[in-house]
Every structure is written in C-alpha cells, then in structure tokens.
Design a protein around this ligand. Structure first.
Ligand code: AHR
Length: 521
C-alpha cells in the first residue's frame, strides 16, 4: 500500500493548506474498509437528535442549572452563568422539560407567579425531596432563550386534568387578550412563547400511570384534542414504548397514528443489563466495557423493529420516532442519594454516545429527535457541578465534536471491519458516519474504534478522494478515564493528524478506544 510520503504532490499540497500529517506506520495493517454507497439514500440528519433533557431530579435543575438570584454563584436571573456558557457551545437544538416521571405529577400553576408565594410539593419519584417550584414555566423559557434551543414540554396526563393541560398550553402560547394570556403578562411575559413540541404524558406504561396501551391510546386522543394551536402549530408527541415493547407501538399506531406527529421511545443502556445492579460508572473492567457497548448497540435493532411496526400504519414516515430518553444508566456514586441518579461519566460513555449518534444517523428517515438523559448532574450528564465548581464530562465533548453533523445529509456507508470481543460477545471494531453539508459540500466524518487495546487502520473509499482532512480525537489511557473537579482535563479532544492519502483512498489510523471527527474537503 502506498503511504502518504509516496505521493509527494498531494502531501505537499496538504502541507501548503496547513494540515500536518503523521505518516502512518508502514507496519500498520489495513483492518477496516469504509465505502460510500453511491446507490444509498441520503437523509437529512435532524438537528433535534442532538437534543437534551432536564428533569426536576436530583441536582439537574436545582444546583445544576438553577441557583436563584441571591446565590453567590454567578447567575443571570437565577440561572448559573458557567453552565449556560458551557452548554451554549453545544448548539443544543431542543430541550425537554420538566420530566420524565416528574412530568406526570407536575402542576404548572404551582410554578408561576412570585416565587415566595409558590407552593411546595414532594418529588415522590426522585428522593422524596421537597420541590419549591422556584424553577417553573417562566424560568424554563428563560433558559431556552439563553441557550437558543427549541422547547419541548411534557404535559401531565398521569395526575393532571385535561383542563389543566389545555390551560397551560393557552398560558404559554396564546397572543390573545384572554384571562390566561393576561395572567402570563402579569407574571412578566408579554409575548407568547414558541412551544415547539408537546409531549402528552411520559412513560404512561409505568411511572406515568401504569396504563395498558389501549387505555393510553384513548386518553392520548382525548388530551391531544384540547392541545390547541394558538400560534405556530405544536408538534404533538405521544408516549411510546419502553425499549422492546413492540406491542405498545403497534397499539398506538393502530389507534392514534392520525392524531400524533411523533411517538417516543425510551431505551437506557445498562452495563450489566440488570436494573438491580447496573454496574459502576468507573472502576469497571474490560468485560463490563464490552457488555456495555454491546448493550448500547441494541439501539440499532430496536429502532429498526419499531420502525417496521410504524411502517405498517405510516409507510410515508409522517410520524417521527422520538428517542426522547437514552443514555447509560449506572449505579449511583457511592454515598450519594440513590434517588438523585448521580453518576460519573467516562470515556466509555463518550464512545457509547458516539455509537448511538451513528445509529440515529442511519435511521434518519424515521428518527426525528433524541434527548440524552440528562443535561446536568443526572445519568449521562454533559456537566457535573459541586457547589460553585463545574466540570465537563467526556460525553460533553462528543456533543461538542458531533454538533457539525446537525442538519447535514447522512451518506450511506458500507463498513467491513473485524470484531472485538471475547468469543461469546463480539462487536464491530469500527463504526463510522459521514454527513455532507448541503450548502458547502464539506463532509464531516466521525469514526469510533471500540477496541480498548489495539489501533485500527481504516481505509475510506469515497470515490472522489478528499484533498484535505482536519480533525480532533477523543481518547485517554483507560476506558474508565474521566474528568473530576480536581482534574478536569483528563478526557478532552486533541488535534488528530493520523490521516494519509493513498491511491486507494484516505487512510486513518484510529487509536484504541477513540472517537475521531474529521472535516473533509
Ligand atoms: O431519566 C430518568 C427517568 O427515567 C425518567 O424520569 C423516566 O421517564 C425514565 O424512567
């Protein structure tokens, strides 16, 4: 195989445009081949698959986002500045709130008006703590506007009335001179807010009401009828299945497909596969690493299976599949409140996130949104806080590196690569996804090497050879490497230069346990 140095003209040109190439070792084996499928369909990667989720749970909202106007922690109208500044770097397209399970016990009227007058409640799902309702509708939209995201609110079907839901939507979105819109104005907001997405219940098969799909389908239709459009049309999302429950999707599509724009799907990656002992967030061995990635890759088949059911009722794919909760769920950190779901976040989780994004890209024809659980201090978080301190997690960096994929055309790829595993359990060593910017033609190529110990050379045959590649890599010494308040820069992206151009294509030498993002021109 030709090395970069054997094509001096191209090499010289690349150096001229500022790209530093590392000549790939002559001993490196070519182990994986990725080809562009010219016959494959190009689908738009909906930006909203890079969405987030913030629930009234543990220290996601309180402490993580909301500290109150009187806090010593620098804030703007009660929302912490450091967290907003970090999150703005991610170009977050949509934010889901207030739950989760919390949504089905949330009564919106408790969260408006002067804060000192707002009634408290017990957050029965998450630690039994007292919720003072200081972060409510106005504070949520303030955050949404600070971040420049779309708003996705989950309404209360489980313990709320149709009237309550109807009035909340009117309060938020009506421009009229009506009592509810005027109450909003009296509380400080003149213009209606743009409510992009509205979820009608959450996990109605579980914490949202323990319903059968037949019952929920009827209830969905009734509640949905009273979600009115006072301004721009609201995209309505019905509660979808728990992981592999295809019957839920079947019943919902059969009975209510015409009444919905999207159907949700929740799938959490449990390292051990068991809710009783999910496994630790750090300090795990290679077995747990492999099992975790194998479990996360089930997302691919899961989406394909639900998509197949949806296709029966909706062959034109009008109804979107909204994966509005996903991510790794481990045991909580020792000594923390089990109801707060606080877990560390390692390089493994970053790799897991990248693999899931590749799966969402592949299913771009059906998957219109995905929301990582959750944004701050809960489950697979972007950010961890401790009083005034804040640290960005490895998963944060995947969202930062991958944001360039948002809204681009997904290019179909064929991948041939070896497997990594222990004989019983095997996963592909290489995962890759390429998207093209429709305006500039620039291609963004993300690549994952799942092998924890071995580098892998990947040859990319894109037909027309790119003439330039610049990129960054996220990796570390160990799969459970993570950032702490004391050592916040252990897992961070660095410049990646192991790219060479050969007659047969572009060759990339992927370090073990790494994620690379390249920009090709
Ligand atoms: O994200 C944590 C919880 O997981 C959510 O509240 C619920 O919807 C799901 O079970």
């Amino acid at each position: 195989m030709n090395q970069a140095t054997s094509i001096p003209t191209r090499f010289a040109r690349l150096l001229a445009v500022g790209l530093v190439l590392t000549a790939v070792s002559a001993h490196a084996r070519e182990e994986a081949v990725v080809k562009l499928d010219p016959e494959g369909e190009t689908q738009l990667v909906h930006p909203d698959i890079y969405g987030h989720f913030a629930e009234h749970l543990g220290h996601c909202i309180y402490g993580g986002i909301w500290v109150g106007e009187d806090s010593d922690i620098p804030n703007t109208r009660g929302i912490r500045n450091d967290v907003v500044e970090a999150l703005k770097e991610l170009d977050i397209p949509v934010l889901r709130w207030p739950g989760g399970c919390f949504a089905d016990e949330y009564h919106w009227r408790d969260g408006i008006g002067p804060r000192e007058d707002r009634p408290s409640m017990i957050n029965t799902h998450w630690g039994g703590v007292v919720e003072n309702n200081h972060f409510g509708t106005h504070e949520f939209f303030d955050l949404v506007e600070m971040l420049g995201t779309k708003a996705y609110i989950s309404g209360n079907v489980g313990s709320g009335t149709v009237q309550e839901m109807m009035e909340w939507v009117e309060y938020m979105t009506s421009p009229a001179d009506s009592p509810l819109a005027n109450e909003r104005r009296a509380n400080g907001r003149d213009e209606p807010w743009k409510l992009d997405y509205f979820g009608i219940g959450n996990e109605s098969w579980g914490c949202g009401g323990s319903m059968r799909p037949e019952d929920y389908a009827d209830l969905y239709r009734r509640y949905n009828t009273f979600v009115k459009n006072y301004g721009p049309r609201i995209f309505r999302i019905a509660c979808g299945a728990n992981s592999f429950d295809l019957n839920w999707t079947e019943v919902m599509m059969d009975r209510a497909a015409r009444n919905m724009d999207g159907l949700s799907l929740h799938y959490y990656t449990l390292p051990t596969g068991s809710w009783r002992d999910k496994g630790p967030a750090t300090g795990f061995g290679e077995d747990a690493y492999l099992a975790t990635l194998s479990n996360t890759l089930k997302m691919d088949q899961l989406i394909a299976d639900h998509d197949a059911v949806m296709d029966k009722y909706d062959p034109d794919q009008r109804v979107g599949l909204m994966v509005d909760e996903w991510g790794i769920w481990t045991n909580v950190e020792p000594g923390t409140n089990p109801g707060f779901l606080y877990q560390q976040n390692s390089l493994r989780d970053a790799i897991l996130a990248a693999l899931n994004f590749h799966i969402f890209h592949k299913h771009a024809d059906r998957v219109r949104m995905a929301n990582i659980a959750q944004m701050v201090n809960v489950l697979q978080a972007m950010i961890l806080t401790d009083g005034p301190r804040m640290v960005k997690t490895p998963t944060y960096w995947i969202f930062e590196m991958f944001k360039v994929h948002q809204g681009e055309e997904n290019l179909a790829l064929g991948i041939e690569c070896p497997e990594y595993g222990d004989g019983d359990l095997e996963i592909p060593v290489i995962s890759a996804s390429a998207t093209r910017n429709p305006d500039t033609g620039i291609i963004h190529l993300s690549i994952v090497n799942t092998h924890p110990n071995e580098e892998t050379r990947v040859l990319f045959d894109f037909g027309e050879q790119p003439s330039m590649a610049v990129g960054r890599v996220l990796t570390a010494d160990a799969v459970d490497a993570h950032n702490t308040f004391e050592n916040p820069h252990v897992v961070e992206p660095t410049e990646f230069t192991s790219v060479s151009f050969e007659e047969s294509g572009m060759s990339v030498l992927m370090p073990p346990k790494s994620v690379v993002m390249l920009t090709l021109q």
